[in-house]
Structures are given as C-alpha cells and as structure tokens.
Design a protein around this ligand. Structure first.
Ligand code: UDP
Ligand code: MG
Length: 311
C-alpha cells in the first residue's frame, strides 16, 4: 500500500498572499505520508499574482500540476476539475488558506489505510471567523440535515480524503449545481470523521462572498431535497381545512337563522379555492421534483464491493 499514489487537490482564487507559505506546508505534509504524491492546483480565474507563483512552484517541483480556469467558476467546480484530473488512489481536498491544517493529512491517510473510504474533517471549533458566519453555518447545517433525505454530517466542509472508488463515482455525477459534501453523503460508503480545530485564515480575506455562500447554501438544499417543492400542498391542505370549518359554521348559523354578514360566504369560498390552488401547486412541485431527479441523471445505485461477480 506504501506505493499508492496520493493526489492533493487545492482550489485557488486570488491567494497570492498565502500561496507560497501554503505550498511549503502542503508539500511537507505530503512528504510526511511516505507515499508518492501529486499536488494539483486549480486556479479558479485569479488575475493577481497567483498564476505567477503557481508557475514558479510547478517549475521547481514536477509533482505539482496546475490547471487554470478561463474565468471564475467557483470553488465547487474548481475542486471538481482537480478531481477529474487526479490520478491518485486516494484524493485529498484542502483549501489553500491553511484554515484546515495540512499537518493533518498523514492522519487522513492513516485512516484511509485502516479501511475508510471517506475520511472527512469535522470541525470542533472555528477560530477567527465572525459570529455571523459561525451562527449561519451552524443553523444551516442543521436545516440541511432536517431537509435532506440522506444524513449529511454536521459541521464538515470539503476538507476530506476520498478513496479512488469514491472519486470514480464523482466522475459519473455531472450535475451542474454541485454541493460536494452532500454528493459525498448521498453516495454512502464507509465515512470516518477526523476531528480538528479549524484555524484562522493564514493571510488574505475570505473569497466566499455572502452571495457565493448563499448560492452554495441554496445548492445544498435544492440539490438534496425536493421538500420545498411540495411544501405548498401542506399549506393548501391547512387553509382548506380552516375554510371548510368556516363554511360549516356559516351553514349552521344559516340553519339556525342567526344573522351574519353575507361577505363571510365569499371569504370562506375564496379561502377554499386558494387552498385548492396551493394543493395543486404542490402536486406540480412533486412532478417537477421528479423531472429534476431525472435530469440530474445520478447513478441509480452504487456498488461498494463485489464478491464472485467478475467470472
Ligand atoms: N475559492 C475558489 N473559488 C472561489 C472562492 C474560493 O477556488 O470562487 C477557493 C479559495 O481560494 C480557498 C477555498 O476555495 O482555497 C475556500 O475559500 P475561502 O477560504 O475564501 O472560504 P471560507 O473558508 O472563508 O469559507
Ligand atoms: Mg477559508
């Protein structure tokens, strides 16, 4: 197992402040694993000094490979590109900003060698991030796990190791709106956490703007749950039940000849129709959800192991 190739995948976007230091630590961590390795940098459309530094690093070290996007496609696609290019028996994904300490890489590899298919970093503490970011992240992960049909581990990012067979499944999933940690949960496999404390960014500012974060959050929910589509039906049924109760009350009042304003009939009738509309919107949502699932064209199932099947 010692000669199995490891691929380290690092997305980079305007990171000239941190790149040189990061590379030194990443390279040292990869050497410490004792395995042959490649380091794949994906430049996600940076126009600062990032490419210059990457060119220099690649010239000095043949284990370094660089792919540079024509424009900014976003972190998730940069990682996907790195995974497509990786040749390793295990792939490790890490941010360049040293928030996830590269020194943990040998431990990821150890757990992989002990049999894990996925080893994911689980954040115990997040240093140096704003209260807003920590709170929204915490709430979001909980909302996501409530909505998703598959358990997505709480408080994890994309810092993780994937065995080759897991990486091959990613190659088969070509959906455009990508939420890698959710896709990884959807695939199943034996996933083992590695707990760690998330550090402060070594230099530079976050490249995940609020807009990018919201898009990722929306991709996470819409990619893994069609519940929002059918939500309307639930409201519709509730409104119709209320309207029916109102109508019943009005009929009783009418029979008992108790006077009441006639517009109450209109209100109850309108509510009834509104409820019905919502129910049908939810039904349309259910069909739309099915179309969405078909369009994503994920594999129908994933076989993790075969015994006596290849003869
Ligand atoms: N990144 C990227 N494209 C983007 C935004 C970010 O490739 O559009 C990279 C960035 O260089 C870093 C990683 O993705 O290696 C995570 O970004 P960042 O650290 O800014 O996010 P945060 O940790 O603040 O959520
Ligand atoms: Mg970061």
């Amino acid at each position: 197992m010692e000669n199995q190739l490891l691929s380290l995948i690092i997305p980079v976007y305007y990171e000239q402040e941190v790149l040189a230091e990061a590379h030194a630590r990443m390279d040292a961590a990869m050497q410490a694993t004792g395995h042959p390795y490649e380091i794949i940098y994906v430049n996600d459309g940076s126009r600062d000094g990032t490419m210059g530094i990457l060119r220099r690093i690649a010239a000095e070290n043949p284990a370094v490979r660089v792919l540079s996007f024509s424009r900014n496609f976003g972190h998730q696609l940069a990682v996907t590109c790195g995974m497509d290019a990786a040749k390793g028996d295990a792939l490790i994904i890490i941010d360049v900003d040293l928030q996830d300490p590269p020194e943990l890489i040998p431990q990821l590899v150890q757990r992989w060698k002990a049999g894990a298919d996925i080893v994911y970093g689980k954040r115990l503490k997040r240093e140096g991030e704003t209260f807003f970011k920590k709170l929204t992240a915490k709430l979001y992960y909980r909302l996501l796990s409530a909505m998703s049909a598959y358990p997505i581990p709480l408080d994890t990012g994309d810092f993780r190791l994937l065995d080759r067979k897991v990486a091959d499944c990613f190659l088969n999933m070509r959906e455009h709106a990508r939420f890698l940690r959710g896709m990884s949960a959807w695939m199943g496999f034996e996933a083992v956490p590695l707990e760690y404390e998330r550090q402060e960014r070594a230099a530079g500012k976050t490249k995940y703007t609020l807009k990018k974060m919201l898009k990722l959050a929306a991709d996470g929910i819409t990619g893994f749950s069609t519940k929002p589509l059918t939500l309307a039906s639930g409201f519709g049924i509730g409104i119709m039940a209320l309207a029916d109760l109102g109508l019943l009350a009005l009929i009783v009042l009418a029979i008992c000849a108790v006077p009441f304003p006639a517009w109450l009939w209109a209100v109850a009738g309108l509510l009834c129709v509104q409820g019905l509309t919502l129910v049908f919107m939810g039904i349309q949502g259910a069909y739309l959800g099915r179309v969405y699932d078909e369009v994503k064209a994920r594999p129908l199932y994933i076989v993790a192991e075969k015994i006596n099947c290849d003869r």
